[in-house]
Design a protein around this ligand. Structure first.
Ligand code: BGC
Length: 750
């Protein structure tokens, strides 16, 4: 496929990166010259105007008036190419200096062709999927004049109550870094200066995913070491990959809102990482510093945000209003404004906006191109996770002559696209019901009886109808989950069971004695322990997007084989949250054989259970661990060997192992490498994902696979807050998930 080839070519070019670097340095120098020349002509008001982002008012004339005065640097939420061009024409031809506008939009997991939500893409453990999704999103969005997206969202999230968990890549720092970089590269293409490239925005900087209690916008308390170990690395990787912009987050961390936090914006982002793009505040996050109680009034807001290192303000308007006065009073230095404007202009030059400000309105449409739909389908295939498959219920065999398709998500074109779909059209969505009918033709009878019309519905009569339809079928396919509105921004939940009567629906279907295949389409991991027990098979598909239906139909009938793995731990119960694999050890870790609530003797002595760290009513294990997922085939790991088990800090660890397909289907396994640093100057996680790879094997095929890991990647922030590799003993696992695998030992020596 076209997109795969493009990305592979980029990877192949990596050895020649130094030639590219030389060219880059030259063009950078040329751009810096242009930036300085333009800056020297700008009035203070024009400079501050560049730092102002407005959301489209709808009325072109009102916006044109501001643009003419040079009061706007960027507009978000204009997606009509004719209007984009009209506004741009005002900026180019009627404003004093003709500085182009930067048109922005939340293009999160597709513009028109909607890919699986980012959490689903992460389940593929395939950076190619993330890259292709972003590339296609960029091509489609750029075709209407959008040149800046607010993605990727690379917030580490370990609390599925938080609705925005849908938008990120899950709980793991390494996986999120890899997928985030692939997305940055996909959005930005080979060069920002191409008409199909859009500037990426690494967000939300930083710590937003640690919102207290999973309630959106909430405070976080992340100490510096954890910030640097867990939350910052994906952003550092995005910055290194060339992400053009960053967005500050809504949360206050340890009392300091990100939009007023110079430690993260100046010290970390600019000084330590050398970031030279620009930083935008999140929607009104600047003025919300007043609500936080961090700024007294709009003047205080502008001062704190500008001095902290925010370059562009999204819809708070305090910069335009207050910066001129603050500069006069000497509370904000003009040099700070100059730096902010340099950062913004640099990105505009890199995007080639000065030379090509307009979008070609006459170009044939690329929206929903067949190759885009095909890539979206492939992404949905790779994103689906097989959680259970008792008695090889799946894939469905030719002996299955009648299926009952039930559940509120079976034919819900809008809902299966998930959160952040401003532009995707539900009329282009292919639902499972339609895809199944098309796939099976007249070979299988499809009885459709949803039972519930939407995920929150309570409707016992509907359930009875579904049960009676199901009793006429060989197999029941139950599509349940969450409507799009139940996850995403500001959509947190305290209860993660299936909503409405969906749990009752599955129980009633299971009682028919027919095999129930439950397909969950949701924006987060749900607590589906009961439904897993009641179902013969469970396929989890985080909202899979436009082509979710054909992908799921292919998976159910074995035209494709599941390969997704959980990018986040699935809790058994909400009370276990936060629950994540890379936790530190307690001094009294659970043994996994603890006596639970119902087995404790009445009157048991206080210490008779052995004082360990677990829940009396939920144990210590999750429902499904991080990295978990089955296939229709089976894989055997063996012969794990370290090339050397004693390594110096400048060496590369090499581990090899055999991976064999021991089942009947060709399939792809996501093999994972975990490491544990046994003793540190500060305590270290019990396991950390360091590498993963997708390996495709035919039945009976065996491959010898190698993971290479530079010892330098074992570095962590030590007791003195220095990033170092501490010599000592380590464990390593090559495994199909974070909970299993044979432990192998190695040592790092001075
Ligand atoms: C969200 C951002 C988004 C912005 C612009 C905010 O509410 O937090 O992620 O990019 O709105 O729409």
């Amino acid at each position: 496929m076209k997109f795969i080839k493009l990305f592979s070519v980029c990877l192949l070019l990596l050895p020649f990166i130094s030639c590219k670097d030389v060219a880059q340095t030259k063009s950078d120098a040329a751009i810096e010259k242009k930036v300085e020349a333009l800056l020297s002509k700008m009035s203070l008001e024009e400079k501050i105007g560049q730092m102002n982002q407005i959301s489209s008012y709808g009325n072109l004339e009102d916006m044109a008036a501001l643009i003419k005065k040079g009061e706007v640097g960027s507009i978000l939420n204009e997606v009509d190419p004719a209007r984009v061009n009209a506004l741009q024409r005002v900026a180019m031809e009627e404003s004093h200096l003709g500085i182009p506008l930067l048109m922005a939009r939340d293009v999160i997991h597709g513009f028109k062709t909607i890919f699986p939500i980012p959490l689903g893409q992460a389940a593929s453990f395939d950076p190619q999927v993330a890259h292709d999704g972003a590339r296609i999103a960029a091509i489609e969005a750029a075709s209407v004049g959008i040149r800046w997206t607010f993605a990727p969202m690379i917030d580490i999230a370990r609390d599925p109550r938080w609705g925005r968990i849908a938008e990120g890549c899950g709980e793991d720092t390494y996986l999120t870094s890899v997928m985030g970089v692939a997305m940055v590269k996909g959005f930005q293409g080979d060069s920002l200066n191409s008409p199909t490239s859009i500037a990426a925005c690494a967000k939300h900087f930083v710590g937003y995913g640690a919102a207290e209690g999973g309630r959106d916008y909430n405070s976080t308390f992340i100490p510096e070491r954890r910030l640097r170990e867990v939350y910052l690395p994906p952003f550092e990787a995005a910055s290194k990959a060339g992400a053009a912009t960053f967005m500050t987050s809504f949360n206050d961390n340890d009392g300091v809102p990100s939009t007023g936090n110079s430690f993260i914006l100046k010290q970390v982002l600019r000084k330590e990482w050398g970031f030279d793009g620009f930083v935008v505040s999140d929607w009104a996050s600047a003025s919300e510093m007043m609500v936080h109680g961090f700024a007294a009034d709009s003047k205080d807001v502008a001062m704190k945000a500008a001095n902290a290192g925010v370059d562009m303000e999204m819809v708070s308007y305090t910069f335009v209003k207050e910066l001129p006065g603050l500069i006069k009073e000497g509370k904000v230095k003009e040099s700070a404004i100059d730096d902010a404007v340099r950062n913004i202009l640099r990105v505009k030059f890199r995007l080639g906006l000065f030379d090509n400000p307009y979008v070609d309105e006459k170009k044939p449409s690329v929206l929903y191109a067949p190759s885009h739909l095909e890539a979206a389908k492939q992404a949905a295939v790779e994103s689906a996770i097989l959680l259970k498959n008792a008695n090889q219920t799946l894939p469905l065999q030719a002996s299955v002559k009648t299926v009952a398709v039930v559940g509120p998500m079976a034919d819900a074109p809008y809902e299966q696209m998930g959160t952040w779909v401003f532009d995707g059209d539900k009329n282009h969505t292919v639902t499972p019901l339609n895809a199944i009918k098309k796939l099976v033709g007249d070979k299988v009878q499809v009885i459709y009886e949803p039972g519930l019309t939407y995920s929150r519905e309570k409707n016992p009569a509907g359930i009875s109808k579904a049960v009676s339809a199901a009793s006429r079928a060989d197999v029941i396919l139950a599509f349940v989950g969450e409507e799009a509105i139940l996850s995403g921004e500001a959509h947190s939940l305290a209860d993660l069971n299936l909503q409405g009567d969906q749990g009752a629906l599955i129980s009633a279907l299971a009682k028919t004695g027919k095999p129930v295949v439950t397909v969950v389409m949701a924006g987060r991991p749900l607590t589906i322990g009961k439904e897993v027990e009641e179902s013969a098979a469970v396929l989890y598909s985080f909202h899979p997007g436009t082509m979710g239906g054909p992908a799921l139909a292919d998976l159910l009938w074995g035209k494709a084989v599941p390969s997704g793995k959980t990018p986040i731990t699935f809790p058994k119960a909400v009370g276990q949250i936060p629950i994540y694999y890379a936790h530190n050890n307690t001094g009294r870790p659970a043994n996994h054989d603890e006596v639970l609530l119902n087995d404790i003797q009445v009157g048991a002595g206080q210490t008779s259970l052995g004082c360990r760290s677990f829940y009396l009513d939920a144990g210590v294990d999750p429902l499904f661990p991080f990295g978990y997922g089955l296939s229709y085939t089976t894989f055997k790991y063996s012969n794990v060997k370290l090339v050397s088990n004693s390594l110096k800090k400048n060496e590369v660890l090499k581990v090899t192992f055999d991976l064999e397909n021991t089942g009947k289907y060709e399939g792809t396994e996501v093999a994972q490498l975990y490491v544990r640093d046994k003793v540190g100057s500060v305590t270290r996680p019990v396991k950390e994902l360091k590498r993963f790879t997708r390996v495709t094997l035919k039945p009976g095929e065996k491959k010898n696979v190698t993971f290479e890991l530079p010892v330098s990647e074992l570095a962590f922030w030590d007791i003195n807050m220095k990033k170092v590799v501490e010599p000592g003993d380590f464990s390593l696992w090559v495994a199909p998930n974070s909970q299993t695998g044979e432990e192998v030992f190695f040592r790092v020596v001075e």
